[in-house]
Write a protein that binds this ligand. Structure first.
Ligand code: MG
Ligand code: ZN
Length: 229
């Protein structure tokens, strides 16, 4: 027997069930201070920095690979790839002949400003003037941890379904550029890319939204323009 509720039941955590809010705020404040310091360092060195956020499988690495191909003639590009345990992404990017560093965060599901400071110091020594950062695959907490990047990008794929932007509005508010990737799959997924663009703009009206297929190399020049690179 299945009972049908007139309205879906919503269960909210009580205040005292949320652990260590003060401690968490300290972490977030400390991270923000380090992000400000990172930004000043990047500006002093004349380095542009872009932070790519998005779920595992949304196509962040493929997008970065395409950007590296288009931009490596104009910039000295370096890449920082964040992942919990593997070095797959940095290895993929390094095949394009640019310095790439892997940060393994272990149990942490996001990059933070101190980790990026450490990694970017190594890239600055290589003389890079553009750093592309792939954040850990996750659409929730990276939003709360700025890294000092000049632009934050959120990458979503049409394969994540039609409600994914509506459900993850915070990360769209934290970004200046939105990428709707794998547009070549939209027909198979029965997803309307125009609706996804609209959802992104509903979450963040100031955002620039670009529709891409990283696999086919489509929309990459539009993304370069949106990033002002
Ligand atoms: Mg990746
Ligand atoms: Zn996290």
């Amino acid at each position: 027997m299945v009972s049908i509720l007139p309205k879906p039941m919503i269960i909210k955590a009580d205040e005292d069930e949320v652990l260590d809010i003060e401690l968490e705020e300290d972490f977030i404040k400390a991270n923000e201070r380090m992000a400000d310091l990172n930004r000043r360092t990047f500006d002093r060195y004349g380095v542009k920095v872009v932070d790519f956020m998005g779920s595992i499988g949304s196509g962040k690495t493929s997008i970065i690979e395409r950007l590296v191909e288009v931009l490596k003639g104009r910039y000295k590009v370096g890449v920082i790839a964040g992942d919990t345990t593997t070095a797959i992404d940095a290895e993929r990017v390094s095949r394009h002949g640019v310095p790439s560093l892997q940060i393994n965060t272990g149990r942490e599901c996001h990059l933070d400003a101190p980790l990026v400071r450490k990694a970017s110091k190594k890239l600055l020594r290589e003389g890079v003037n553009l750093i592309l950062i792939e954040n850990v695959g996750n659409l929730i907490c990276p939003a709360e941890f700025p890294l000092g990047a000049h632009k934050r990008v959120v990458v979503v794929s049409v394969t994540e379904g039609e409600y994914m932007i509506k459900k993850k509005q915070d990360i769209f508010r934290a970004a200046q550029v939105g990428v709707i990737n794998k547009k070549d799959m939209a027909g198979y997924m029965d997803v309307d890319t125009n609706q996804l663009v609209k959802d992104a703009l509903d979450a963040n009206p100031k955002m620039k939204v670009v529709v891409t297929s990283a696999k086919k190399g489509e929309g990459i020049n539009e993304l370069v323009n949106a990033l002002e690179l």
